[in-house]
Design a binder for this molecule. Structure first.
Ligand code: HXC
Length: 544
Protein backbone atom coordinates (compact mmCIF):
# COMPACT_ATOMS: atom_id res chain seq x y z
CA UNK A 1 0.00 0.00 0.00
CA UNK A 2 2.80 2.44 0.81
CA UNK A 3 4.35 1.74 -2.60
CA UNK A 4 1.06 2.66 -4.19
CA UNK A 5 0.98 6.04 -2.41
CA UNK A 6 4.48 6.96 -3.47
CA UNK A 7 4.06 5.98 -7.12
CA UNK A 8 1.75 8.51 -8.91
CA UNK A 9 1.15 6.29 -11.91
CA UNK A 10 0.31 3.28 -9.79
CA UNK A 11 -1.92 5.57 -7.71
CA UNK A 12 -3.80 6.71 -10.79
CA UNK A 13 -4.17 3.12 -11.95
CA UNK A 14 -5.57 2.17 -8.58
CA UNK A 15 -8.10 5.00 -8.84
CA UNK A 16 -9.18 3.78 -12.27
CA UNK A 17 -9.81 0.29 -10.95
CA UNK A 18 -11.87 1.66 -8.07
CA UNK A 19 -9.34 1.02 -5.35
CA UNK A 20 -8.61 4.25 -3.48
CA UNK A 21 -4.86 4.89 -3.20
CA UNK A 22 -5.48 7.54 -0.57
CA UNK A 23 -8.96 8.29 0.70
CA UNK A 24 -8.42 12.06 1.14
CA UNK A 25 -6.41 12.80 -2.03
CA UNK A 26 -8.07 15.34 -4.41
CA UNK A 27 -7.14 14.78 -8.03
CA UNK A 28 -5.49 17.89 -9.55
CA UNK A 29 -5.31 18.21 -13.33
CA UNK A 30 -1.67 18.84 -14.21
CA UNK A 31 -0.78 22.16 -15.87
CA UNK A 32 0.56 20.50 -19.03
CA UNK A 33 -2.68 18.59 -19.50
CA UNK A 34 -4.75 21.73 -18.82
CA UNK A 35 -2.76 23.67 -21.40
CA UNK A 36 -3.07 20.88 -23.94
CA UNK A 37 -6.83 20.71 -23.45
CA UNK A 38 -7.21 24.49 -23.79
CA UNK A 39 -5.13 24.67 -26.97
CA UNK A 40 -6.92 21.67 -28.37
CA UNK A 41 -10.39 23.07 -27.67
CA UNK A 42 -9.45 26.48 -29.09
CA UNK A 43 -8.03 24.96 -32.25
CA UNK A 44 -10.99 22.62 -32.71
CA UNK A 45 -13.52 25.45 -32.33
CA UNK A 46 -12.92 26.67 -35.90
CA UNK A 47 -13.23 30.30 -37.02
CA UNK A 48 -14.63 33.29 -35.13
CA UNK A 49 -18.24 33.03 -33.88
CA UNK A 50 -19.55 35.50 -36.48
CA UNK A 51 -18.05 33.40 -39.30
CA UNK A 52 -19.58 30.24 -37.83
CA UNK A 53 -22.94 32.02 -37.64
CA UNK A 54 -22.55 33.16 -41.28
CA UNK A 55 -21.80 29.59 -42.37
CA UNK A 56 -24.89 28.30 -40.60
CA UNK A 57 -27.01 31.15 -41.99
CA UNK A 58 -26.15 29.89 -45.48
CA UNK A 59 -27.59 26.51 -44.50
CA UNK A 60 -24.14 24.91 -44.53
CA UNK A 61 -22.69 22.47 -42.03
CA UNK A 62 -19.38 23.19 -40.29
CA UNK A 63 -16.24 21.36 -41.40
CA UNK A 64 -16.19 19.08 -38.34
CA UNK A 65 -19.92 18.36 -38.54
CA UNK A 66 -19.35 17.19 -42.10
CA UNK A 67 -16.71 14.72 -41.02
CA UNK A 68 -19.03 13.45 -38.29
CA UNK A 69 -21.71 12.77 -40.92
CA UNK A 70 -19.24 10.86 -43.06
CA UNK A 71 -17.37 8.59 -40.67
CA UNK A 72 -18.41 5.82 -38.28
CA UNK A 73 -19.13 7.18 -34.82
CA UNK A 74 -16.04 8.26 -32.85
CA UNK A 75 -13.69 6.88 -35.46
CA UNK A 76 -12.04 10.11 -36.59
CA UNK A 77 -8.41 10.63 -35.67
CA UNK A 78 -7.08 14.06 -36.54
CA UNK A 79 -3.55 14.88 -37.58
CA UNK A 80 -2.02 18.36 -37.92
CA UNK A 81 -4.59 20.19 -35.78
CA UNK A 82 -1.94 22.57 -34.50
CA UNK A 83 -0.22 23.41 -37.78
CA UNK A 84 -0.23 27.12 -38.62
CA UNK A 85 0.61 29.34 -41.55
CA UNK A 86 4.09 30.85 -41.54
CA UNK A 87 3.01 33.78 -43.72
CA UNK A 88 3.29 37.25 -42.20
CA UNK A 89 2.41 39.49 -45.16
CA UNK A 90 -0.71 41.69 -45.45
CA UNK A 91 -1.32 41.57 -41.71
CA UNK A 92 -2.33 37.93 -42.01
CA UNK A 93 -0.25 37.04 -38.95
CA UNK A 94 -3.03 38.36 -36.69
CA UNK A 95 -5.48 36.05 -38.40
CA UNK A 96 -3.38 32.90 -37.97
CA UNK A 97 -5.53 30.07 -36.78
CA UNK A 98 -4.39 26.65 -35.72
CA UNK A 99 -5.19 24.09 -38.38
CA UNK A 100 -4.88 26.71 -41.14
CA UNK A 101 -8.41 26.29 -42.44
CA UNK A 102 -8.46 22.55 -43.07
CA UNK A 103 -9.10 19.50 -40.89
CA UNK A 104 -7.11 16.41 -41.87
CA UNK A 105 -7.23 12.90 -40.47
CA UNK A 106 -8.42 9.33 -40.73
CA UNK A 107 -11.78 7.77 -40.00
CA UNK A 108 -13.70 4.60 -40.71
CA UNK A 109 -16.52 4.39 -43.22
CA UNK A 110 -18.55 1.20 -43.00
CA UNK A 111 -15.77 -0.17 -40.82
CA UNK A 112 -13.00 0.49 -43.35
CA UNK A 113 -10.37 3.23 -42.96
CA UNK A 114 -10.27 6.33 -45.18
CA UNK A 115 -8.26 9.55 -45.23
CA UNK A 116 -10.41 12.67 -45.02
CA UNK A 117 -9.79 16.39 -45.32
CA UNK A 118 -12.44 19.01 -44.75
CA UNK A 119 -11.88 22.68 -45.58
CA UNK A 120 -13.17 25.17 -43.03
CA UNK A 121 -14.73 28.22 -44.67
CA UNK A 122 -14.99 29.95 -41.29
CA UNK A 123 -11.19 30.23 -41.20
CA UNK A 124 -9.91 32.70 -43.81
CA UNK A 125 -12.64 31.55 -46.18
CA UNK A 126 -11.11 28.07 -46.31
CA UNK A 127 -8.50 29.61 -48.60
CA UNK A 128 -5.54 27.43 -49.45
CA UNK A 129 -2.24 28.67 -48.07
CA UNK A 130 0.97 26.69 -48.04
CA UNK A 131 0.42 25.05 -44.64
CA UNK A 132 -3.17 24.18 -45.60
CA UNK A 133 -1.82 22.52 -48.76
CA UNK A 134 1.03 20.81 -46.89
CA UNK A 135 -1.50 19.25 -44.52
CA UNK A 136 -3.54 17.86 -47.41
CA UNK A 137 -0.41 16.65 -49.22
CA UNK A 138 0.85 14.89 -46.09
CA UNK A 139 -2.51 13.17 -45.65
CA UNK A 140 -2.51 12.08 -49.28
CA UNK A 141 0.99 10.62 -48.90
CA UNK A 142 -0.06 8.70 -45.81
CA UNK A 143 -3.17 7.41 -47.59
CA UNK A 144 -1.10 6.34 -50.60
CA UNK A 145 1.32 4.45 -48.33
CA UNK A 146 -1.53 2.83 -46.37
CA UNK A 147 -3.48 2.05 -49.58
CA UNK A 148 -6.69 3.65 -48.39
CA UNK A 149 -9.11 6.00 -50.18
CA UNK A 150 -8.93 9.81 -49.89
CA UNK A 151 -12.10 11.84 -49.50
CA UNK A 152 -11.84 15.62 -49.75
CA UNK A 153 -14.58 18.02 -48.61
CA UNK A 154 -14.01 21.32 -50.40
CA UNK A 155 -15.36 24.68 -49.26
CA UNK A 156 -12.81 27.32 -50.15
CA UNK A 157 -12.19 30.77 -51.66
CA UNK A 158 -9.26 29.21 -53.55
CA UNK A 159 -5.59 30.18 -53.49
CA UNK A 160 -4.90 32.35 -50.41
CA UNK A 161 -4.20 35.68 -52.01
CA UNK A 162 -1.93 36.93 -49.18
CA UNK A 163 0.44 33.98 -49.63
CA UNK A 164 1.07 34.61 -53.33
CA UNK A 165 2.83 31.92 -55.32
CA UNK A 166 3.27 29.81 -52.20
CA UNK A 167 -0.43 29.02 -52.32
CA UNK A 168 -0.32 28.28 -56.05
CA UNK A 169 2.57 25.88 -55.39
CA UNK A 170 0.36 24.31 -52.73
CA UNK A 171 -2.15 23.37 -55.42
CA UNK A 172 0.73 21.99 -57.46
CA UNK A 173 1.65 19.54 -54.73
CA UNK A 174 -1.95 18.38 -54.46
CA UNK A 175 -2.42 17.92 -58.23
CA UNK A 176 0.77 15.85 -58.35
CA UNK A 177 -0.47 13.54 -55.62
CA UNK A 178 -3.96 13.29 -57.17
CA UNK A 179 -2.34 12.07 -60.34
CA UNK A 180 0.15 9.69 -58.72
CA UNK A 181 -2.60 8.06 -56.65
CA UNK A 182 -4.99 7.85 -59.60
CA UNK A 183 -5.96 4.24 -60.21
CA UNK A 184 -4.16 3.14 -57.03
CA UNK A 185 -6.60 4.31 -54.34
CA UNK A 186 -10.12 5.68 -54.90
CA UNK A 187 -10.27 9.48 -54.63
CA UNK A 188 -13.55 11.27 -54.01
CA UNK A 189 -14.29 15.03 -53.96
CA UNK A 190 -17.27 16.52 -52.17
CA UNK A 191 -17.86 20.15 -53.14
CA UNK A 192 -19.82 21.94 -50.42
CA UNK A 193 -19.21 25.63 -51.07
CA UNK A 194 -17.22 27.63 -53.57
CA UNK A 195 -14.48 25.94 -55.58
CA UNK A 196 -12.97 28.52 -57.90
CA UNK A 197 -10.00 29.10 -60.17
CA UNK A 198 -7.37 26.41 -60.57
CA UNK A 199 -8.74 24.84 -57.39
CA UNK A 200 -11.34 23.03 -59.48
CA UNK A 201 -8.66 20.86 -60.99
CA UNK A 202 -7.98 18.75 -57.93
CA UNK A 203 -11.60 17.46 -57.89
CA UNK A 204 -11.45 17.03 -61.66
CA UNK A 205 -8.44 14.74 -61.23
CA UNK A 206 -10.26 12.55 -58.70
CA UNK A 207 -12.55 9.65 -59.58
CA UNK A 208 -15.91 11.01 -58.43
CA UNK A 209 -17.24 14.52 -57.73
CA UNK A 210 -20.26 15.12 -55.49
CA UNK A 211 -22.17 18.43 -55.34
CA UNK A 212 -25.20 19.59 -53.34
CA UNK A 213 -28.03 21.67 -54.77
CA UNK A 214 -27.76 25.38 -53.96
CA UNK A 215 -24.57 24.91 -51.91
CA UNK A 216 -21.83 23.91 -54.34
CA UNK A 217 -20.28 26.05 -57.08
CA UNK A 218 -17.33 25.31 -59.35
CA UNK A 219 -15.81 27.53 -62.02
CA UNK A 220 -12.44 28.54 -63.39
CA UNK A 221 -13.50 32.20 -63.70
CA UNK A 222 -16.46 33.62 -61.79
CA UNK A 223 -19.45 35.58 -63.12
CA UNK A 224 -17.67 38.95 -62.84
CA UNK A 225 -14.63 37.87 -64.81
CA UNK A 226 -16.89 36.25 -67.39
CA UNK A 227 -18.79 39.52 -67.78
CA UNK A 228 -15.61 41.57 -68.10
CA UNK A 229 -14.08 39.19 -70.62
CA UNK A 230 -17.02 38.21 -72.81
CA UNK A 231 -19.89 40.50 -71.83
CA UNK A 232 -22.01 37.49 -70.84
CA UNK A 233 -24.16 37.94 -67.74
CA UNK A 234 -24.56 34.80 -65.72
CA UNK A 235 -25.26 33.98 -62.09
CA UNK A 236 -23.29 31.59 -59.85
CA UNK A 237 -25.84 28.78 -60.10
CA UNK A 238 -26.15 28.87 -63.89
CA UNK A 239 -22.41 29.18 -64.38
CA UNK A 240 -21.20 26.54 -61.95
CA UNK A 241 -24.00 25.10 -59.81
CA UNK A 242 -24.58 21.41 -59.22
CA UNK A 243 -27.08 20.84 -62.04
CA UNK A 244 -24.91 22.71 -64.53
CA UNK A 245 -22.00 20.39 -63.81
CA UNK A 246 -24.17 17.29 -63.52
CA UNK A 247 -26.03 17.76 -66.80
CA UNK A 248 -23.94 20.03 -69.05
CA UNK A 249 -20.22 19.87 -68.30
CA UNK A 250 -20.17 16.36 -66.81
CA UNK A 251 -17.76 17.48 -64.08
CA UNK A 252 -20.15 16.30 -61.35
CA UNK A 253 -21.07 12.61 -60.95
CA UNK A 254 -23.58 12.79 -58.08
CA UNK A 255 -26.01 15.55 -57.05
CA UNK A 256 -27.43 15.65 -53.53
CA UNK A 257 -30.48 17.50 -52.24
CA UNK A 258 -28.75 18.41 -48.99
CA UNK A 259 -25.46 17.88 -47.18
CA UNK A 260 -26.69 14.85 -45.16
CA UNK A 261 -28.05 13.36 -48.39
CA UNK A 262 -24.63 13.94 -49.95
CA UNK A 263 -22.79 12.03 -47.22
CA UNK A 264 -25.32 9.19 -47.44
CA UNK A 265 -24.59 8.92 -51.17
CA UNK A 266 -20.82 8.98 -50.61
CA UNK A 267 -21.13 6.10 -48.13
CA UNK A 268 -23.25 4.16 -50.57
CA UNK A 269 -20.65 4.61 -53.29
CA UNK A 270 -17.87 3.54 -50.91
CA UNK A 271 -19.74 0.31 -50.19
CA UNK A 272 -19.10 -0.75 -53.81
CA UNK A 273 -15.40 0.12 -53.91
CA UNK A 274 -12.29 -1.75 -52.86
CA UNK A 275 -9.78 0.13 -50.71
CA UNK A 276 -7.15 0.06 -53.44
CA UNK A 277 -6.08 -1.57 -56.71
CA UNK A 278 -4.68 -4.58 -54.85
CA UNK A 279 -8.06 -5.65 -53.45
CA UNK A 280 -11.34 -6.95 -54.79
CA UNK A 281 -14.50 -4.92 -54.07
CA UNK A 282 -16.49 -6.01 -50.99
CA UNK A 283 -18.85 -8.96 -51.46
CA UNK A 284 -22.27 -8.67 -49.85
CA UNK A 285 -24.50 -11.61 -49.05
CA UNK A 286 -27.89 -11.53 -50.71
CA UNK A 287 -31.09 -13.46 -50.29
CA UNK A 288 -32.11 -12.58 -53.84
CA UNK A 289 -32.21 -15.83 -55.78
CA UNK A 290 -29.57 -16.20 -58.49
CA UNK A 291 -32.12 -18.03 -60.62
CA UNK A 292 -34.88 -15.41 -60.25
CA UNK A 293 -36.71 -15.25 -63.58
CA UNK A 294 -36.73 -11.93 -65.46
CA UNK A 295 -40.04 -11.79 -67.29
CA UNK A 296 -39.43 -8.16 -68.26
CA UNK A 297 -36.90 -9.25 -70.87
CA UNK A 298 -39.46 -11.46 -72.57
CA UNK A 299 -41.43 -8.29 -73.28
CA UNK A 300 -38.42 -6.87 -75.09
CA UNK A 301 -38.72 -9.67 -77.59
CA UNK A 302 -42.30 -8.61 -78.34
CA UNK A 303 -42.10 -4.87 -78.72
CA UNK A 304 -41.34 -2.87 -81.85
CA UNK A 305 -37.53 -2.53 -82.02
CA UNK A 306 -37.89 1.20 -82.57
CA UNK A 307 -39.90 1.73 -79.41
CA UNK A 308 -37.96 3.52 -76.66
CA UNK A 309 -37.69 2.25 -73.09
CA UNK A 310 -35.54 3.17 -70.09
CA UNK A 311 -32.75 0.65 -69.76
CA UNK A 312 -32.79 1.33 -65.99
CA UNK A 313 -35.70 -1.12 -65.74
CA UNK A 314 -33.56 -3.90 -67.17
CA UNK A 315 -30.71 -3.07 -64.78
CA UNK A 316 -33.01 -2.99 -61.74
CA UNK A 317 -34.50 -6.37 -62.63
CA UNK A 318 -31.16 -8.00 -63.23
CA UNK A 319 -29.40 -6.77 -60.10
CA UNK A 320 -29.42 -8.18 -56.57
CA UNK A 321 -32.35 -6.77 -54.59
CA UNK A 322 -33.10 -4.42 -57.54
CA UNK A 323 -30.37 -2.05 -56.35
CA UNK A 324 -28.51 0.15 -58.80
CA UNK A 325 -26.21 3.05 -57.92
CA UNK A 326 -26.19 5.18 -61.03
CA UNK A 327 -23.16 7.37 -61.75
CA UNK A 328 -23.54 10.52 -63.87
CA UNK A 329 -27.35 10.22 -63.85
CA UNK A 330 -27.94 13.60 -65.51
CA UNK A 331 -25.10 13.60 -68.04
CA UNK A 332 -25.17 11.91 -71.47
CA UNK A 333 -28.40 10.08 -70.68
CA UNK A 334 -28.08 8.02 -73.85
CA UNK A 335 -25.68 5.79 -71.96
CA UNK A 336 -26.23 4.61 -68.39
CA UNK A 337 -23.38 3.61 -66.08
CA UNK A 338 -23.19 2.57 -62.44
CA UNK A 339 -22.74 -0.17 -59.87
CA UNK A 340 -24.85 -3.23 -59.10
CA UNK A 341 -24.25 -6.55 -57.40
CA UNK A 342 -24.83 -9.88 -59.09
CA UNK A 343 -24.88 -12.85 -56.73
CA UNK A 344 -23.23 -10.61 -54.11
CA UNK A 345 -20.32 -9.55 -56.36
CA UNK A 346 -19.89 -5.92 -57.41
CA UNK A 347 -20.26 -5.36 -61.15
CA UNK A 348 -20.01 -2.13 -63.16
CA UNK A 349 -22.78 -1.71 -65.75
CA UNK A 350 -22.56 0.13 -69.08
CA UNK A 351 -25.88 0.24 -70.93
CA UNK A 352 -27.23 2.06 -73.97
CA UNK A 353 -30.45 3.82 -73.07
CA UNK A 354 -33.03 3.81 -75.90
CA UNK A 355 -35.15 6.35 -73.99
CA UNK A 356 -32.66 9.09 -74.84
CA UNK A 357 -31.38 9.80 -78.38
CA UNK A 358 -32.45 6.22 -79.18
CA UNK A 359 -29.41 5.07 -77.19
CA UNK A 360 -27.00 6.21 -79.91
CA UNK A 361 -23.38 6.87 -79.02
CA UNK A 362 -22.13 10.44 -79.15
CA UNK A 363 -19.21 12.46 -77.82
CA UNK A 364 -20.39 12.77 -74.24
CA UNK A 365 -21.59 9.16 -73.99
CA UNK A 366 -18.20 7.95 -75.21
CA UNK A 367 -16.32 10.06 -72.66
CA UNK A 368 -18.67 9.08 -69.83
CA UNK A 369 -18.50 5.35 -70.47
CA UNK A 370 -14.78 5.29 -71.28
CA UNK A 371 -13.72 6.91 -68.02
CA UNK A 372 -16.04 4.69 -66.01
CA UNK A 373 -14.65 1.55 -67.65
CA UNK A 374 -11.12 2.72 -66.86
CA UNK A 375 -12.12 3.22 -63.23
CA UNK A 376 -13.59 -0.29 -63.10
CA UNK A 377 -10.50 -1.78 -64.66
CA UNK A 378 -8.23 0.01 -62.19
CA UNK A 379 -10.18 -1.29 -59.22
CA UNK A 380 -10.87 -4.91 -60.19
CA UNK A 381 -14.57 -4.44 -60.88
CA UNK A 382 -15.97 -6.68 -63.68
CA UNK A 383 -17.88 -5.03 -66.52
CA UNK A 384 -21.40 -5.89 -67.68
CA UNK A 385 -22.37 -4.30 -71.00
CA UNK A 386 -26.04 -4.16 -72.03
CA UNK A 387 -26.34 -3.34 -75.71
CA UNK A 388 -29.21 -1.65 -77.52
CA UNK A 389 -27.55 0.79 -79.87
CA UNK A 390 -28.60 1.99 -83.34
CA UNK A 391 -25.17 3.48 -84.12
CA UNK A 392 -23.39 6.79 -83.70
CA UNK A 393 -25.40 10.01 -83.46
CA UNK A 394 -25.04 11.74 -86.81
CA UNK A 395 -24.45 15.45 -87.45
CA UNK A 396 -21.96 18.18 -88.26
CA UNK A 397 -21.70 19.18 -84.59
CA UNK A 398 -20.66 15.65 -83.65
CA UNK A 399 -18.12 15.34 -86.48
CA UNK A 400 -16.61 18.77 -85.85
CA UNK A 401 -16.74 18.22 -82.10
CA UNK A 402 -14.51 15.19 -82.54
CA UNK A 403 -16.74 12.11 -82.33
CA UNK A 404 -13.84 10.26 -83.98
CA UNK A 405 -11.42 11.30 -81.22
CA UNK A 406 -13.91 10.84 -78.37
CA UNK A 407 -15.46 7.66 -79.74
CA UNK A 408 -11.97 6.17 -79.91
CA UNK A 409 -11.67 6.55 -76.12
CA UNK A 410 -14.48 4.03 -75.67
CA UNK A 411 -12.79 1.53 -77.97
CA UNK A 412 -9.54 2.07 -76.10
CA UNK A 413 -11.09 1.69 -72.65
CA UNK A 414 -12.87 -1.58 -73.52
CA UNK A 415 -9.86 -3.02 -75.35
CA UNK A 416 -7.48 -2.10 -72.56
CA UNK A 417 -9.67 -3.46 -69.73
CA UNK A 418 -8.57 -6.89 -68.51
CA UNK A 419 -11.27 -7.34 -65.85
CA UNK A 420 -13.97 -9.92 -66.69
CA UNK A 421 -16.25 -8.50 -69.39
CA UNK A 422 -19.69 -9.97 -70.06
CA UNK A 423 -21.95 -8.54 -72.75
CA UNK A 424 -25.68 -9.02 -73.30
CA UNK A 425 -27.22 -7.73 -76.53
CA UNK A 426 -30.80 -6.79 -75.70
CA UNK A 427 -32.05 -5.51 -79.04
CA UNK A 428 -30.19 -3.46 -81.65
CA UNK A 429 -26.42 -3.65 -82.17
CA UNK A 430 -25.55 -1.92 -85.40
CA UNK A 431 -22.35 -1.06 -87.17
CA UNK A 432 -19.39 0.55 -85.40
CA UNK A 433 -21.42 0.92 -82.25
CA UNK A 434 -21.86 -2.90 -82.14
CA UNK A 435 -18.09 -3.27 -82.17
CA UNK A 436 -17.60 -0.53 -79.57
CA UNK A 437 -19.99 -2.02 -77.02
CA UNK A 438 -17.65 -4.75 -75.80
CA UNK A 439 -18.04 -7.04 -78.79
CA UNK A 440 -16.44 -10.47 -78.75
CA UNK A 441 -13.57 -9.75 -81.08
CA UNK A 442 -12.73 -6.59 -79.18
CA UNK A 443 -12.14 -8.57 -76.01
CA UNK A 444 -15.56 -9.49 -74.59
CA UNK A 445 -15.07 -12.65 -72.49
CA UNK A 446 -18.61 -13.98 -72.70
CA UNK A 447 -21.07 -12.45 -75.14
CA UNK A 448 -24.75 -13.28 -74.85
CA UNK A 449 -27.69 -12.15 -76.89
CA UNK A 450 -31.45 -12.26 -76.45
CA UNK A 451 -33.42 -13.83 -79.30
CA UNK A 452 -34.83 -10.35 -80.01
CA UNK A 453 -31.41 -8.92 -80.89
CA UNK A 454 -30.68 -7.41 -84.29
CA UNK A 455 -26.97 -7.49 -85.02
CA UNK A 456 -26.02 -6.04 -88.38
CA UNK A 457 -23.93 -3.47 -90.21
CA UNK A 458 -26.88 -1.12 -90.11
CA UNK A 459 -30.65 -1.07 -89.56
CA UNK A 460 -32.91 -2.58 -92.27
CA UNK A 461 -34.31 0.76 -93.46
CA UNK A 462 -30.88 2.36 -93.93
CA UNK A 463 -29.44 -0.78 -95.49
CA UNK A 464 -32.08 -1.21 -98.20
CA UNK A 465 -31.82 2.45 -99.25
CA UNK A 466 -28.16 1.75 -100.09
CA UNK A 467 -28.43 -1.79 -101.43
CA UNK A 468 -31.55 -1.20 -103.54
CA UNK A 469 -31.43 2.55 -104.28
CA UNK A 470 -31.90 2.04 -108.05
CA UNK A 471 -34.88 -0.33 -107.66
CA UNK A 472 -36.56 1.99 -105.16
CA UNK A 473 -36.02 5.04 -107.41
CA UNK A 474 -37.34 3.21 -110.47
CA UNK A 475 -40.45 1.92 -108.68
CA UNK A 476 -43.72 3.80 -109.11
CA UNK A 477 -44.32 6.39 -106.41
CA UNK A 478 -47.37 4.53 -105.02
CA UNK A 479 -45.48 1.21 -104.90
CA UNK A 480 -42.33 2.46 -103.21
CA UNK A 481 -43.41 2.01 -99.60
CA UNK A 482 -44.59 -1.56 -100.16
CA UNK A 483 -41.30 -2.34 -101.91
CA UNK A 484 -39.32 -0.82 -99.07
CA UNK A 485 -41.27 -2.88 -96.53
CA UNK A 486 -40.70 -6.09 -98.52
CA UNK A 487 -36.97 -5.46 -98.94
CA UNK A 488 -36.59 -4.48 -95.29
CA UNK A 489 -38.27 -7.70 -94.19
CA UNK A 490 -35.98 -9.78 -96.41
CA UNK A 491 -32.97 -7.96 -94.95
CA UNK A 492 -34.26 -8.38 -91.39
CA UNK A 493 -34.88 -12.08 -91.84
CA UNK A 494 -31.34 -12.57 -93.01
CA UNK A 495 -29.28 -10.10 -90.98
CA UNK A 496 -31.33 -8.39 -88.29
CA UNK A 497 -31.25 -11.28 -85.86
CA UNK A 498 -28.54 -12.76 -83.66
CA UNK A 499 -28.35 -16.05 -85.56
CA UNK A 500 -25.79 -15.09 -88.18
CA UNK A 501 -23.54 -13.62 -85.47
CA UNK A 502 -23.98 -16.70 -83.28
CA UNK A 503 -23.06 -18.91 -86.26
CA UNK A 504 -19.67 -17.19 -86.53
CA UNK A 505 -19.03 -17.34 -82.78
CA UNK A 506 -19.14 -13.57 -82.28
CA UNK A 507 -22.05 -14.24 -79.93
CA UNK A 508 -21.27 -17.12 -77.57
CA UNK A 509 -24.86 -17.97 -76.76
CA UNK A 510 -28.39 -16.79 -77.44
CA UNK A 511 -30.18 -17.10 -74.13
CA UNK A 512 -33.71 -17.41 -72.76
CA UNK A 513 -34.67 -13.88 -71.61
CA UNK A 514 -36.15 -15.12 -68.34
CA UNK A 515 -32.84 -16.77 -67.42
CA UNK A 516 -30.67 -13.73 -68.03
CA UNK A 517 -29.88 -13.07 -64.35
CA UNK A 518 -28.85 -16.64 -63.70
CA UNK A 519 -26.68 -16.77 -66.82
CA UNK A 520 -24.93 -13.48 -66.01
CA UNK A 521 -24.22 -14.49 -62.40
CA UNK A 522 -22.80 -17.78 -63.58
CA UNK A 523 -20.70 -16.07 -66.25
CA UNK A 524 -19.10 -13.70 -63.74
CA UNK A 525 -18.49 -16.60 -61.33
CA UNK A 526 -16.77 -18.48 -64.12
CA UNK A 527 -14.56 -15.50 -64.90
CA UNK A 528 -13.73 -14.62 -61.29
CA UNK A 529 -10.24 -16.05 -61.55
CA UNK A 530 -9.40 -14.28 -64.79
CA UNK A 531 -7.24 -11.70 -63.08
CA UNK A 532 -5.82 -11.42 -59.59
CA UNK A 533 -6.11 -7.95 -57.99
CA UNK A 534 -3.03 -5.81 -58.51
CA UNK A 535 -1.61 -7.95 -61.29
CA UNK A 536 -2.81 -5.53 -63.95
CA UNK A 537 -0.70 -2.70 -65.35
CA UNK A 538 -1.15 0.62 -63.57
CA UNK A 539 -2.79 3.00 -66.03
CA UNK A 540 -4.29 5.70 -63.80
CA UNK A 541 -7.75 7.16 -64.37
CA UNK A 542 -6.95 10.15 -66.57
CA UNK A 543 -9.87 12.60 -66.90
CA UNK A 544 -11.48 12.04 -70.30
C1 HXC B 1 -7.79 34.94 -48.97
C2 HXC B 1 -10.06 34.82 -48.91
C3 HXC B 1 -10.09 34.22 -50.17
C4 HXC B 1 -8.85 34.01 -50.82
C5 HXC B 1 -12.10 34.39 -49.48
N1 HXC B 1 -11.32 34.90 -48.53
N2 HXC B 1 -11.37 33.98 -50.51
N3 HXC B 1 -8.93 35.16 -48.32
N4 HXC B 1 -7.73 34.37 -50.18
N5 HXC B 1 -8.81 33.42 -52.01
C6 HXC B 1 -11.72 35.47 -47.27
C7 HXC B 1 -12.47 36.77 -47.42
O1 HXC B 1 -11.55 37.84 -47.54
C8 HXC B 1 -13.23 36.82 -46.13
O2 HXC B 1 -12.29 37.20 -45.13
C9 HXC B 1 -13.58 35.38 -45.88
O3 HXC B 1 -12.66 34.62 -46.67
C10 HXC B 1 -14.98 35.02 -46.31
O4 HXC B 1 -15.15 35.48 -47.63
P1 HXC B 1 -16.43 36.33 -48.07
O5 HXC B 1 -16.10 36.98 -49.35
O6 HXC B 1 -16.86 37.19 -46.93
O7 HXC B 1 -17.51 35.18 -48.27
P2 HXC B 1 -18.63 35.09 -49.37
O8 HXC B 1 -19.39 36.36 -49.47
O9 HXC B 1 -19.41 33.87 -49.04
O10 HXC B 1 -17.87 34.87 -50.76
C11 HXC B 1 -17.14 33.68 -50.96
C12 HXC B 1 -16.34 33.79 -52.26
C13 HXC B 1 -15.52 35.14 -52.25
C14 HXC B 1 -17.30 33.76 -53.44
C15 HXC B 1 -15.46 32.58 -52.34
O11 HXC B 1 -14.84 35.20 -51.02
C16 HXC B 1 -14.54 35.19 -53.36
O12 HXC B 1 -14.90 35.54 -54.51
N6 HXC B 1 -13.28 34.92 -53.04
C17 HXC B 1 -12.22 34.97 -54.03
C18 HXC B 1 -12.30 33.78 -54.94
C19 HXC B 1 -11.13 33.75 -55.86
O13 HXC B 1 -11.12 34.49 -56.86
N7 HXC B 1 -10.12 33.01 -55.44
C20 HXC B 1 -8.89 32.94 -56.13
C21 HXC B 1 -9.11 31.96 -57.22
S1 HXC B 1 -7.71 31.75 -58.16
P3 HXC B 1 -12.70 38.08 -43.86
O14 HXC B 1 -11.41 38.40 -43.21
O15 HXC B 1 -13.48 39.21 -44.35
O16 HXC B 1 -13.51 37.14 -43.05
C22 HXC B 1 -7.09 30.39 -57.57
C23 HXC B 1 -5.89 29.95 -58.29
C24 HXC B 1 -5.61 28.52 -58.00
O17 HXC B 1 -7.56 29.80 -56.68
C25 HXC B 1 -4.62 28.06 -58.97
C26 HXC B 1 -4.27 26.62 -58.72
C27 HXC B 1 -3.34 26.13 -59.75
Amino acid sequence: MSDLLNDPIAGAAAEETGKKAHPKKVRVVPESLKRFREIHAQAAAGGPPEKIAAQKAKGKLLARERIAYLVDENSFQEIGLLMESRCTDFGIKDKHIKGDGVITGFGRIGGRPAAIFSEDFTQLGGSLGRTHADKIAKLMDMAADAHIPVIGILDSGGARIQEGVDSLDGYGEIFLRNTRSSGVIPQISIILGPCAGGAVYSPALTDFVFMAKGISHMFVTGPEVVKAATGEEVDFETLGGSMTHASKSGVCHFVANSEPDCFRQVKELMSFLPQNRFENPPVMDTKDSATRRISLLEKLCEIDPRKPYRVHHVIWWLSDDHKFLEVHHDFAKNIVVGFIRLGGQVVGVIANNPAHMAGALDINASDKAARFIRFLNNFNIPVLTLVDVPGYWPGVAQEHGGIIRHGAKLLYAYSEATVPKVTLVLRKAYGGAYIAMSSKLMGGDINFSLPSAEIAVMGPRGAIEILYSRQIKEAKEEEREALRAKLAKEYSDKFASPYQTASTGSIDEIIEPSQARARLIEAFRLLAGKRRPGEHAHTGNIPL
